[in-house]
Design a protein around this ligand. Structure first.
Ligand code: HEC
Ligand code: HEC
Ligand code: HEC
Ligand code: HEC
Ligand code: HEC
Length: 396
């Protein structure tokens, strides 16, 4: 049976009213008539897919597992007196908002972006819904035109699953002030990849031949659900190049330009919200390996940080996404484009040649954020290498 789903923003409107009302009005009741299945039940037949999903960022999006999201979400609730309740959760903690299970009685409500949510999407939805999708509770929608029938669930083909717009329903959003926080889908749509038909799924869900289900036939492609980063997904390697160029030589200084080019990502680098950064660390050493100089990407004015900087209505920055009223700087590097940083390297005391090493790194959160929300440095401050370059300058 296909049950059409009432527009959820109505429930959310109720909820927001409840928070704003002076007397306590309980939130909407949990919808006990719906019984969405946990990923655990899919494991029986879709073993690989379920294990892959379990290791993905999608499965870890719940506030308990992603502390950055959890702590920021609570801060936003406090600062906006509950207004972000329905503005963050539905993309990050999906199923909880479908059944109003705010106490998370059911395990599925803690599964972040879970199977039954994505596979309940039949197509795009009203633009003011969060996220803007149409959910049809009943069959599981997917990309297979002729799925083998199974008594555990009905299956239904939906072309939407093969399109970038499917991902774009969450990977593209603006805040209540109309500030575009994440433009991943838009960046892709304007790129050569969109024209060539290279979708998000092509790069992020590489497939291999196998069985979709232990009860089904062998198929040419089973889509990988782990959404791994470039360390484990070869399709994502080599997103950027880094080149060092020697500029004018002064008597005491070397002027060096570092040029970063987005050669392989299907969108800007970094993409998504303002926390994600690319940064360049540069070091100059002499022939004996002594460090002559190092940059401090977060403090100097070299332009070593690439990302989005938001300000609040008073002009203070960096502001959190929900408080953002203005874009201070957008240094994300669009597909096929380059950006650069410039360094004045003091080499007055160098003996012999000077070696300049630069690395382009990706990190998930700014140092201020880690401090503000008291996050584990090893997880959120880790820097992953994207590209590197070396330049040797004979004795200046
Ligand atoms: C229901 C909303 C939703 C849909 C649909 C969705 N995503 Fe996501 N995605 C998220 C959220 C929220 C996160 C962040 C999870 C976290 O880090 O806690 C995320 C994280 C990711 C990440 C990891 C980012 C990182 O920092 O490591 C990738 C890659 C990704 N999604 C790709 C996709 C692709 C490709 C699709 C389409 C096939 C897709 N997503 C569909 C909500 C969604
Ligand atoms: C008893 C075994 C079984 C269980 C349990 C099961 N499935 Fe399936 N599922 C199948 C089979 C068999 C197919 C068809 C595979 C094929 O044709 O290659 C299928 C197909 C699908 C499809 C593809 C639909 C399409 O047309 O593209 C989706 C999506 C899906 N299942 C999702 C789920 C989810 C989500 C769960 C857990 C909530 C789940 N399944 C639990 C056996 C199962
Ligand atoms: C972020 C959304 C998202 C989540 C979460 C998700 N899927 Fe999928 N799933 C997709 C997309 C998109 C495709 C189609 C990929 C393609 O064809 O390129 C797909 C394809 C499938 C298929 C069809 C076979 C195939 O490989 O194309 C099955 C079965 C399936 N998913 C089951 C599951 C199960 C089980 C879970 C949870 C353990 C799950 N999915 C979680 C988006 C999702
Ligand atoms: C041409 C291949 C390609 C396509 C198409 C593509 N991506 Fe990516 N994506 C990448 C690469 C490469 C990276 C990793 C860049 C790096 O090394 O940091 C990435 C990283 C990401 C990240 C991690 C966040 C970040 O800042 O690095 C997210 C989220 C993401 N992609 C979502 C999407 C979505 C959504 C789509 C479709 C609208 C999409 N991607 C299309 C190649 C692609
Ligand atoms: C339309 C869906 C959507 C809404 C609404 C949304 N997010 Fe997100 N959020 C995402 C997606 C997708 C990602 C992963 C990639 C990216 O950064 O765009 C993400 C990533 C994040 C991250 C980074 C997680 C990490 O570990 O990298 C934080 C923190 C976050 N969101 C907080 C919030 C807060 C707080 C709100 C509400 C004010 C919110 N989000 C509203 C979709 C959404």
């Amino acid at each position: 049976m296909i049950r059409s789903f009432a527009p959820w923003h109505r429930y959310f409107a109720l909820l927001v009213l409840a928070l704003a009302a002076p007397a306590y009005t309980p939130p909407p009741l949990m919808r006990t008539t719906l019984n969405p299945q946990s990923a655990q039940t899919c494991l029986t037949c879709h073993v690989d897919i379920t294990q892959q999903w379990g290791s993905s960022a999608h499965a870890q999006a719940d506030r308990k597992l992603n502390l950055l999201f959890g702590r920021m979400y609570f801060a936003s609730l406090q600062e906006t007196r509950g207004a972000t309740l329905v503005k963050c959760g539905p993309c990050h903690e999906t199923e909880q908002y479908v059944t109003n299970d705010f106490d998370k009685v059911r395990p599925v409500s803690e599964e972040g972006i879970t199977c039954v949510f994505c596979h309940g999407i039949s197509g795009p939805g009203p633009t003011d819904a969060v996220p803007p999708v149409t959910l049809e509770l009943g069959p599981y929608f997917g990309p297979i035109r002729n799925p083998v029938p199974v008594k555990d669930h009905a299956s239904k083909y939906s072309e939407h699953f093969t399109k970038s717009a499917f991902c774009g329903s969450c990977h593209q959003y603006e805040n209540q002030n109309g500030i575009l926080i994440s433009d991943t889908f838009g960046e892709w749509k304007r790129s050569k990849y969109a024209k060539a038909g290279v979708t998000c799924q092509s790069c992020h869900m590489p497939g291999s031949p196998g069985r979709v289900s232990s009860l089904g036939p062998a198929r040419p492609r089973v889509a990988d659900h782990s959404f791994h980063g470039p360390d484990k997904n070869r399709a994502l390697q080599g997103a950027a190049t880094l080149v060092l160029k020697l500029g004018k030589r002064g008597t005491e200084n070397l002027r060096v330009l570092a040029v970063v080019t987005n050669v392989g990502a299907g969108h800007a680098i970094p993409t998504g919200n303002d926390q994600h950064l690319l940064l360049i660390r540069v070091r100059a050493t002499d022939t004996e390996g002594h460090i002559l100089w190092e940059n401090d990407p977060f403090r100097d004015s070299s332009g070593s940080i690439f990302g989005l900087i938001l300000a609040n209505d008073l002009g203070a920055y960096p502001a959190e996404t929900w408080a953002a009223a203005k874009v201070v700087a957008d240094r994300r590097i669009q597909t096929g484009s380059s950006a650069q940083a410039a360094y004045e390297i003091p080499v007055g005391e160098a003996k012999g040649a000077v070696k300049i090493d630069a690395v382009l790194l990706y990190r998930k959160a700014r140092p201020e954020t880690i401090q503000l929300y008291n996050l584990p440095e090893d997880v959120y401050g880790a820097e992953r290498r994207v590209a590197q370059a070396t330049l040797t300058v004979q004795n200046p």
